[in-house]
Design a protein around this ligand. Sequence first.
Ligand code: UDP
Ligand code: MG
Length: 153
Amino acid sequence: MERTLVILKPGTVQRGLIGEVISRFEKRGLKLVAMKMKQLTPEILDVHYAHLADKPFFNWLKDAMMAAPVILCCWEGFEAVKVVREMAGATNGRKAVPGTIRGDYSVSSQENIVHTSDSVENAKIELERFFSPEDYCEYPSPLDKYLYAPDEH
Ligand code: UDP
Ligand code: MG
């Protein structure tokens, strides 16, 4: 099964939307295998958002990501990276389609509720950035036969 990183951004924590957003991933059938609350730092954000370092909004983005703690989660499932990314919707909340997380809870290109890994390769890198091996919980998934066909793993 694939694993992907979701960060519930500071605005999500402050607006009391943690439960709503986590509930969406649970209801979809994804499995939560690691989760923690953390205050992010300039150092980790410089690395995490390195691809945006030359953008005019980079410092605003960093400030927004440090404005309150975040919730870091690792969700597991068949093709989880793509499934979660599509649940998040377009980056700009005003353009995100209703029914997606951003399309339902945001109206901003910056304050857009969640970070989600954008590829399997980046998911691995990002998960290593925020989680240690001991942060993961191994536990049975008795519902898998009701969620997946035998070849979906
Ligand atoms: N962002 C922003 N203004 C923009 C584009 C992006 O503030 O015009 C922020 C936004 O919070 C976004 C983050 O930068 O989630 C990372 O941007 P990326 O292009 O990686 O989008 P994402 O993968 O989050 O959809
Ligand atoms: Mg991105």
